[in-house]
Write a protein that binds this ligand. Sequence first.
Ligand SMILES: *Cc1c(COP(=O)(O)O)cnc(C)c1O
Length: 387
Amino acid sequence: MGSLDTLIDKALGEIEGRGHRRMLSPVTIAPNGMLRRDGCEMLDFSSNDYLGLSRHPELIARARDWTERYGVGSGASRLVTGTSEAHLTVERRIADFKRTEAALLFASGWQANAAVLPALLAAAPGAAVFTDRLIHASLHHGCAAAGVRQIRFRHNDLDHLEQLLARNGRNAPARIIVTESVFSMDGDTADLSRLSQIASAHDAFLFVDEAHATGVHGPGGAGLSAAIPGGVDLVMGTFSKAMGSFGAYVAGSRLLCDYLVNACSGFIYSTAPPPAVLGAIDAALDVVPAMNVQRRTLTELGDRLRAGLIHAGYPRSESSTQIVPVVLGEARNAVAVSQKLAEQGMLAAAIRPPTVPRGTSRLRIALRSTHEQADIDRLLEAIGPCP
Ligand SMILES: *Cc1c(COP(=O)(O)O)cnc(C)c1O
């Protein structure tokens, strides 16, 4: 082994020693949404395909149709030869969906967050960046890439944010607030109306990640920011979760999008999304606004699960969405319960540090509109009373 390999072997050993080593295990997804792992059929409580769109016939048909018409690849980055009419049409549609002036496509949500924050901050060296403590890893990566020290407010504690704004960054060239509208591991929501007021009062720029809200929350599934048009300066979201396929967007003013086309490395130096992905996104934009019944089902299933967990003695969570955490403390407890569920044909992955804070390892239950009430009851039965 070379010296780097030796150090890597040691680092992996340390991860293993903490009980945090992760492995990839293959699953296949059946058309009915059931998962198959190690030859067993399992009910899926882990994927983010909240509306079951990954198998929707219209998304599949349009991905296939656009592939046959335009090919499997886009050939280049957007500023070279990678922009087709379809890219511009889909971006127009995303902006209309999000009720913003303009939108831009990105290859993935991780890439958008990691690349957009450094681009914004390049225009305002020395800007003060205020972040919710529980923001996604990709947003941390964006801050790190920009070389900023985050000023972190307690999760969803907007009084704390206001205190920090009063004390920090008043003489900075700009202030940026970064948060999520639906938090990925806790399933709770940020108060965007109040955030927007706070941002205005402090001349701060508000950046919101709607990865888990897009398709599920807000008017016609357009995300929580769409309920307050103009209230959020730049919104980011994905097509890889409730929207069923892949890719991401940012939506905001024409000025911001024009700037990103000129300054955002992850947009400029990355190949344009391919026709199949554009087709699936275009079809999702057709079907999602009309899925109010499915969105209501998700709310009802979430309420049933939350009530059942409280009944079983678990502490009340802040979740109000399709994501419901069952916090079990130490990583090994979460792994044990996840294994017990797997033996009973249910997949609910254990989420451990560093994805969540130490001592809050959990099952992260992700509901789908195709689940039935009986599925929730079976899940509750298998989870059992709070230990
Ligand atoms: C999943 C997720 C992302 C990343 O999106 P991908 O398209 O999967 O790369 C970004 N932010 C949050 C909050 C997420 O949950």
